[in-house]
Design a protein around this ligand. Structure first.
Ligand code: FES
Length: 158
């Protein structure tokens, strides 16, 4: 047995253990809360009967998403970052933008996706309690930059 390997396994296991963040009724009432889940700051929204958790700092430049407004664009609920108004879907973390074909003056502006930019985490409701489990998705997400390293809210050496 490799002791270093097993220690790393344990760390990984702990990092992805779900964390209690609050009571269901309280979060439904406030419609959003912030929490620190294994040193990663997240925001949890309650919107139209569903909970959504994502990295709290906007993938663009680290803006505070917990202070943004939720609006619908192209039928998709988005948090609008208060700093530069980027729109991020609550469900998938995609960055949405509107565009037209400049060569076609009659074209209607259309909504497009930049792909997943904000890391989404899993929310679980159990017996009136809300838990968040950090995303294990192996892709590099732009919001990781502001959720780790120098921008991390709680440095790991404390
Ligand atoms: Fe969020 Fe710029 S920091 S839009």
């Amino acid at each position: 047995m490799d002791p270093a390997g097993s220690e790393q396994d344990l760390e990984t296991k702990e990092q992805y253990a779900s964390v209690y963040v609050g009571r269901e009724e309280d979060i439904k009432r406030s419609e959003r809360i912030t929490a620190v889940v294994h040193d990663r700051e997240v925001v949890i929204f309650y919107h139209k009967g569903e909970f959504h958790a994502m990295d709290i700092r906007c993938y663009h430049s680290g803006g505070p998403l917990h202070l943004g407004e939720i609006e619908e664009f192209d039928g998709r609920a988005c948090i609008v970052c208060p700093w530069h108004k980027y729109k991020i879907t609550l469900e998938t973390g995609e960055g949405l933008y509107q565009s037209i074909n400049p060569k076609d003056p009659s074209a209607e502006p259309m909504w497009y996706s930049k792909g997943i930019k904000q890391r989404i985490h899993t929310v679980t409701v159990d017996n009136g309690n809300i838990y968040v489990t950090l995303s294990k998705e192996p892709f590099k997400c732009d919001s990781d930059f502001y959720a780790t390293g120098l921008f991390k809210v709680i440095p790991s050496f404390f």
